[in-house]
Design a protein around this ligand. Structure first.
Ligand SMILES: *Cc1c(COP(=O)(O)O)cnc(C)c1O
Length: 366
């Protein structure tokens, strides 16, 4: 049996009628940038995240970058980031000229360890950029408490966590502002690139709107030196359709995660994801750990099961940050995780047979 890691065609077929209608509607409108579909999506996504404002942008990286710009973070400033994240989190900080300051994760949740944050705060620290990694919310109360004490901004990288909840509250509404990605593989994915900023801060939302559109409110009047990063009408229309399915698809992911957790409990050598009592994750990824990860990956591949590694190279060891002072060994836990983690299929469109197949292979003595 073939179990692909990801399948983007089946979700399209499930929503074909609505997505095709959205396509026809936008095509026939003759209006493709900054129009009614975007306005409607922004209102609908803000309501979904329980925030006052949503600003659609070109992608998740830009969402984070524009938030930092809107907060006037730049050269000479420091922003605390997780050591184990997708490199986009760091790049958003580097884009502004500020310096990413990495902090190791908690070994059970893989999210930034709040106990290690205070020790890296300096007079240059301006913000904490927390990631809800793999779809599980970071410990935001602990992070917000430190931020308040040191007068820092708090930004959520919610690119993997659409719909996740922390102590009953929605991600996207747990800090000063949040960046979402609608890259096709995310829990809420467009048919191309897309992103959004959510916030309750009217001034920040206004600044983000300026920044995404050349610094302009009125055509040809440019108040600041902005960027071009807009969520286009087609993507907004597709996302409006997909948003109506997000909770259902997240529930299917949760069911699959529960099935994995129950059936793989007693497997020697496998470390399963840990969910704190206050977290309602949306299982963007289901990440297991194994001391011989590469052989396990090969074993699964030979059995027809697709897996991926999120992520094989921590940002501090990436060539992109080769000019920095970090070395192998600078963040030992993140480096160890990068050698042991493996993401197994958890798409909402997997069949029961496919999930049983993955479980049976993992239950084999390995
Ligand atoms: C996907 C992702 C991003 C970047 O989103 P893009 O839309 O690809 O720019 C940022 N942070 C995390 C954690 C992500 O998973």
């Amino acid at each position: 049996m073939n179990v692909p890691f990801l399948d983007l065609k089946t979700p399209y077929l499930e929503l074909k009628e609505e997505l095709d209608a959205a396509y026809q509607r936008v095509m026939a409108s003759g209006w493709y940038i900054l129009g009614r579909e975007l306005e409607a999506f922004e209102a609908e996504f803000a309501a979904y995240c329980d925030t006052k404002y949503c600003v659609g942008v070109g992608n998740g990286l830009d969402a984070l970058h524009l938030i930092l710009r809107a907060m006037d973070i730049g050269v000479g400033d420091e922003v605390i980031v997780p050591a184990n994240t997708y490199i986009a989190t760091w790049l958003a900080v580097s884009y502004t000229g500020a310096t990413p300051v990495p902090v190791e994760p908690d070994e059970t949740t893989y999210n930034i360890n709040p106990l290690l944050i205070e020790s890296v705060i300096t007079e240059h620290t301006k913000a904490i950029l927390a990631v809800h990694l793999y779809g599980q919310p970071a410990d935001m109360d602990a992070i917000n408490k430190i931020a308040k004490q040191y007068n820092l901004k708090v930004i959520e990288d919610a690119a993997q966590a659409h719909g996740a909840k922390y102590k009953g509250r929605c991600t996207g509404n747990l800090g000063d502002a949040a960046g979402f990605s609608f890259y096709p593989t995310k829990n809420l994915g467009a048919i191309g690139d897309g992103g959004a900023i959510t916030t309750n801060d009217a001034e920040l939302a206004d600044k983000a709107r300026l920044l995404r559109n050349y610094g302009s409110r009125v055509k040809y009047e440019n108040e600041i030196q902005g960027f071009n990063s807009r969520l286009d009408e087609l993507q907004a229309a597709f996302l409006r359709v997909k948003l109506t399915k997000l909770d259902e698809w997240n529930s299917r992911r949760t069911l699959l995660a529960e099935t994995y957790l129950k059936n793989l409990k007693k497997t020697a050598n496998l470390t399963l994801p840990f969910v704190p009592h206050w977290a309602e994750p949306v299982w963007h990824l289901f990440v297991i750990r194994h001391p011989r990860r590469d052989s396990l990956e090969q074993h699964l591949r030979q059995a027809g099961v697709g897996t991926l590694i999120h992520y094989p190279i921590p940002p501090h060891l990436s060539d992109a940050y080769a000019a920095s002072t970090w070395q192998p060994g600078s963040f030992p836990l993140s480096e160890k995780l990068s050698r042991e983690i493996l993401s197994i299929p958890i798409s909402p469109h997997l069949t029961h047979q496919q999930v049983s197949e993955v479980i049976n292979i993992l239950l084999e003595d390995f």
